[in-house]
Design a protein around this ligand. Sequence first.
Ligand SMILES: [Zn+2]
Ligand SMILES: [Zn+2]
Length: 361
Amino acid sequence: MEAPAPYAESRPLAVEELELGEPGPTELRVRITAAGVCHSDLSVVNGNRPRPLPMLLGHEATGVVEVLGPEVTDLEVGQHVVMAFLPRCGRCAACRTEGLLPCTVGSRANAEGTLMEGARRLSSPTRGTVHHHLGVSGFATHAVVDRRSVVPVGADVPAPVAAVLGCAVLTGGGAVINAARATPDDAVAVVGLGGVGLAALLVAKAVGCRRVIAVDALPEKLGIAQDFGADETLTPDEVVQLKEKPRVVIEAAGHPRAFETAFNATGVGGVTVTVGLPAPGAMSEIEPLKLTAEARQVIGSYLGSAVPAVDIPKYEQMWRDGVLPLEKLITSHIRLEQINEAMDELDAGRTVRQVIEFPEA
Ligand SMILES: [Zn+2]
Ligand SMILES: [Zn+2]
């Protein structure tokens, strides 16, 4: 699958028919209605996040329940669900940290490309067994997933909005709410305005943070941030020069230079939250004295330190109340056949969220 950009030419992702097994006892089959194209999908394609191959990608998705395994008694056929890409067993030590640490069992299943109970339900005569991507594999018309990989969502939520709840919003919003514990008294800066960064911006506005600063090197992104309601838009060079530094800075670019910018932009007593996924081995340079002398914190947050079953309904309600305009995140609606072109758009930073829609067959 790994291939050089432009992906429209190297075509690392093939669109083809696979066989989908029946759901196991704790699993269900979902007809996918929409799937967002996220940077973590691109990270598999460009080799930054090595995964077992072959793999069916896509981890930010939503759909309608079609078939339930015998042990899944709390969902109904026809119910709408959002996929959560880090299933929680609910029993391990990490699960008892309320989202602070990713579930050990779920993380292992994700690393091995299986569902929660170790099964792989995807195969084809030519490729053999195909791995699941983060328990979801949403770039497909249907998925078999574990019960612990889905969260029910209202049928009134449009599919593209429901899809982005599962990754961009959980991660960006969780960085603000769970990791930084931002309040209306806080100024918040967001460094890196992709889907996750802009979701963080929207959530910071929704919880009433008094000043929200959007930071990106690309002028187009700063224009988008203005439309998203940012109080101020700055380049990385400008934000570190601010006299009144924000208490909370979220790094959502996944680049070591962006982390340095975020660290240097954080105020005294402040917290720098990093949610990005830089290339393995990439190094940042920071001045540790600032941590001590300014009583600062640096927090790494995976999936926005979220418990999806708790947080997704919270964001869903904020959307319904009109304070979290998630439609803004969706910059284009595409077909599955355009997936390699979508990777190029993402790679070039030309887009916020491209959402693949699956018309009902
Ligand atoms: Zn994602
Ligand atoms: Zn667990």
